[in-house]
Write a protein that binds this ligand. Structure first.
Ligand code: GTP
Ligand code: MG
Length: 227
C-alpha cells in the first residue's frame, strides 16, 4: 500500500498492526530475569504517573492490558507484551517500564528499578526505540533530562511523546510542542518529531502507531512485510 510519495501508508499499516492480538508475556524485576531477545522492541519510559500504561492500552485499543492507576508507582517491573497473531512469531514487542521520579517508595526499591532500567537500556540489541513520555502540562523536568542523557549515552533511538493533551488548552498545544523541541536541543540523539497524545481522547494515537510502523519498515523489513 502506498501514498502519493510512493511510500507505504504508515498510518494505515500502523492501524492494522495495532489491531492485532496483543498479549502480556513477561514481567521482569531483575536484569537476569528478562525474556530472551526476539522481535523488535519498543519501550515506554517516563516519570511516574505520566501515562505510560494508559498509552499502551490506547495504542492497542484495550482498556486494561497494562494496569494503570491514579497513584504513581503502579508499574514496578518491566512488562513485556507481544503484538501479532502468532505467539511464536510476534511482529513486535512492547515494553511498559516503571516510572522514575517517584519518591514514596523505599530507596532500595528505587535503586533496584534504576539499575534494572539502566541495564535494560544499555544491553538490549533488539530495542528499536524508547518513547519517553512527558506530561504535556508540565514539560521537560531535570529528571527527564537525566533520562535523556542516559539514552544519549546508550546511543539508543528515542522520541518524545507529550501526554494528557486533553488537559492542555488547544491554544497551548503548539507552544508545548515547541518548548519540548527546544528542550531537546541539548540531546543530539533525540528523534526530531514530538508527538502530543491523549490516551483518554484518542488524540495523537494514530500518529504514534504510524511512527512505530515506519520504524519497523526501517529496522526489520521482513517482519514489516509480513505484518
Ligand atoms: P506508573 O506505572 O506509576 O509509572 O504510571 P504510568 O506512567 O503508567 O501512568 P498510568 O497510565 O497509570 O496513568 C496515570 C494517571 O494518569 C491515571 O490516573 C490515568 O487515568 C491518567 N492519564 C493517563 N493518560 C491520560 C490522558 O491521556 N489524559 C488524562 N487526562 N489523564 C491521563
Ligand atoms: Mg504504569
Amino acid at each position: 500500500m502506498t501514498n502519493a510519495e510512493n511510500e507505504p501508508d504508515f498510518e494505515e499499516i500502523g492501524r492494522k498492526l495495532f489491531a492485532q492480538n496483543c498479549d502480556f508475556i513477561w514481567a521482569a524485576e531483575k536484569i537476569d530475569g528478562l525474556p530472551p531477545m526476539g522481535p523488535l522492541e519498543i519501550a515506554f519510559a517516563g516519570r511516574s504517573n505520566v501515562g505510560k500504561s494508559s498509552l499502551l492500552n490506547a495504542l492497542t485499543g484495550r482498556k486494561a492490558l497494562a494496569r494503570t492507576s491514579h497513584t504513581p508507582g503502579r508499574t514496578q517491573q518491566l512488562n513485556f507484551f507481544n503484538l501479532g497473531p502468532d505467539p511464536e512469531a510476534p511482529f513486535l514487542r512492547l515494553v511498559d517500564m516503571p516510572g522514575y521520579g517517584y519518591a514514596a517508595v523505599s530507596k532500595e526499591k528505587i535503586a533496584n528499578w534504576t539499575r534494572l532500567m539502566t541495564e535494560f537500556l544499555r544491553g538490549r540489541a533488539t530495542l528499536a526505540r524508547v518513547f519517553v513520555l512527558i506530561d504535556g502540562r508540565h514539560g521537560l523536568k531535570p529528571l527527564d533530562h537525566e533520562m535523556l542523557e542516559q539514552l544519549d549515552k546508550a546511543a539508543l533511538s528515542y522520541q518524545l511523546v507529550l501526554t494528557k493533551r486533553d488537559e492542555v488548552k488547544l491554544s497551548q498545544v503548539e507552544n508545548t510542542i515547541q518548548s519540548a523541541k527546544t528542550g531537546l536541543r541539548a540531546h543530539s540523539a533525540a528523534h526530531p518529531e514530538v508527538i502530543f497524545a491523549s490516551s483518554h481522547k484518542d488524540e495523537g494515537i494514530s500518529e504514534l502507531r504510524a511512527a512505530i510502523a515506519r520504524l519497523m519498515f526501517e529496522r526489520d523489513r521482513k517482519v514489516f512485510e509480513r505484518a
